[in-house]
Design a protein around this ligand. Structure first.
Ligand SMILES: Cc1ncc(C[n+]2csc(CCOP(=O)(O)OP(=O)(O)O)c2C)c(N)n1
Ligand code: SF4
Length: 287
């Protein structure tokens, strides 16, 4: 309960704890995903939509367990398929607040083909990737964002592949909202997730969420705290897409956190266009 009395919480009294389910997370102690789910509770409390008006969809992976730890409706779907299912749910019920989430493997390996199309289709969905640069659930194989040279359970001599750059990728595909956060900066992370949800269109948040069990030493929380650079403090203009792309080039070298890009003139979303079309095509009542 949120208030001093035993009354059920209302949107006006929502607090982070109202979005926390009774399910105890089974992530390894110290996993960055604990910080991510806490930031999501805070963002949802600020948004003030009741849990039953929120659909939280994920793929498969450690990170994809996240919907179950919230009081929203959740669907832990199929590896790499969070986005198609989230889009279907948004189309079926455009009034829902729809969140999609998963790991870097889920979103950029097996699910990679869905990302550009979700972006160009532009439904009003927030997509959160917990980018730990490894496959956590399956015990530490390299992922599409693993830096070259990293030794993993599937690259004993060091990865010989170049990592992809999720920030540059989504910006190049035309995403209207692109941000990056770290659990080491909880306030910043919660505010950026809130801003992503408030953006009217497809919003992407890349969270460098440390895997304490299989991740490399230089991806851990202590290193993040010491090395992160807040874009706001650097005076970054979030409406400047080309500058955002320039900064995104530094993914893997400089840990920028904050909003890289927010389209100042968001185009209509696919779901709003369909709703309008349906209204226009509906038979008109005759006098
Ligand atoms: C179709 C299919 N292929 C492969 C798998 C095995 N699998 C489960 S999770 C996963 C990758 C997990 O990595 P990531 O998505 O980065 O999430 P993390 O566990 O690191 O949070 C893989 C390969 C699967 N479940 N389904
Ligand atoms: S294996 Fe890594 S990603 Fe998975 S729960 Fe443990 S620390 Fe988190």
């Amino acid at each position: 309960m949120s208030s001093a009395c035993d009354c059920p919480p209302t949107p006006e009294t929502y607090q982070a704890r109202d979005f926390k389910s009774d399910l105890k997370p089974i992530w390894c102690p110290g996993c960055g995903d604990y910080g991510v789910v806490t930031a999501i509770y805070r963002a949802l409390a600020a948004i003030k939509r009741p849990p039953h008006e929120i659909a939280f969809i994920s793929g498969i992976g450690c990170s994809s367990r996240i919907p179950g730890y919230t009081t929203a409706y959740g669907f832990n779907t199929v590896h790499g398929r969070a986005l198609p299912i989230a889009q279907g749910i948004k189309m079926a019920n455009p009034d829902l607040l729809v969140l999609a989430a998963g790991g870097d493997g889920d979103g950029f390996s097996i699910g990679g083909g869905h990302v550009p199309h979700a972006i160009r289709r532009n439904l009003n969905i927030t997509y959160i990737v917990m980018d730990n640069q490894i496959y956590g659930l399956t015990k530490g194989q390299l992922s599409p964002t693993t830096p070259r040279g990293t030794k993993t359970s599937s690259s004993a001599y060091g990865s010989m592949e170049n990592p992809m750059n999720p920030l540059l990728f989504v910006l190049a595909c035309g995403a209207g909202f692109v941000a990056q956060g770290v659990p080491a900066d909880m306030d910043g992370l919660a505010k950026m997730i809130e801003a992503a949800i408030r953006y009217p269109g497809f919003a992407f948040v890349n969270i460098q969420s440390p895997c304490v069990t299989f991740g490399s030493a230089d991806t851990q929380m202590k290193v993040q705290k010491a090395s992160m650079k807040k874009l706001e403090a650097e005076g970054h203009d979030t409406s400047n897409r080309l500058r955002a792309m320039e900064l995104a080039q530094d993914y893997g070298k400089t840990l920028y956190t904050g909003i890289f890009y927010r389209n100042p003139e968001p185009p209509p979303t696919y779901d709003s266009l369909i709703q309008k079309l349906q209204a226009d095509m509906a038979p008109k009542a005759t006098a």
